[in-house]
Design a protein around this ligand. Structure first.
Ligand SMILES: Cc1cc2nc3c(=O)[nH]c(=O)nc-3n(C[C@H](O)[C@H](O)[C@H](O)COP(=O)(O)O)c2cc1C
Length: 149
């Protein structure tokens, strides 16, 4: 199955998680930063994974621009999964979190979400990732692969 992982990342932590997730998913897979990805990249994909840093509980501008560009163009059978990176703090409880909002958006558009949005944690706003998060990301990628077989 053809997979596209699209991520945004200000300090590199979400990029590391995106690459780790990719290494857990088998098959034809492309990992692109939002801003580098365009409509052509979603042609014939069966799985779209979107990863983004939580910033004030919203999606970042490059991801919003990508979603806007592909709006109405993704095949309805496409499987979609989301993750975000965030701080282990009460902020999320106050503002909500990025991957959850994204999943709600796609659910409203009629897509099936096969795994719940997954958070990965950074130690501070600029990182680094908490210990064990890249390994957990590989396992999450493997889990998606198993669920869509
Ligand atoms: C402007 C800004 C707003 C942020 N808001 C939140 C937030 O609401 N909740 C949270 O958990 N982390 C927040 N953070 C921390 C980010 O989640 C953290 O920078 C991100 O996970 C790092 O990923 P990156 O290295 O891929 O950019 C914020 C960071 C920035 C720069």
């Amino acid at each position: 199955m053809k997979t596209l992982i699209i991520f945004d990342s200000m300090y590199g932590n979400t990029e590391k998680i995106a690459k780790a997730v990719a290494s857990g998913i088998s098959g034809d897979i492309k990992v692109l930063k939002a801003g580098e990805a365009h409509l052509l990249d979603i042609i014939n994909i069966g799985l779209l994974v979107i990863g983004l840093p939580t910033q004030g509980g919203r999606y970042t501008k490059p991801i919003a621009a990508f979603l806007n560009e592909i709006s109405g163009q993704i095949k309805k059978g496409t499987i979609i999964a989301f993750f975000d990176t965030r701080m282990p703090s009460a902020w999320v409880k106050i503002f909500g979190f990025a991957a959850g909002k994204m999943a709600d958006y796609f659910k409203k558009e009629g897509f099936q979400i096969v795994v719940p949005p997954e958070p990965f944690f950074v130690q501070g706003a600029q990182g680094p990732l908490q210990d064990g998060e890249p390994e957990r990301a590989v396992a999450w990628g493997k889990d998606i692969s198993l669920k869509i077989k």
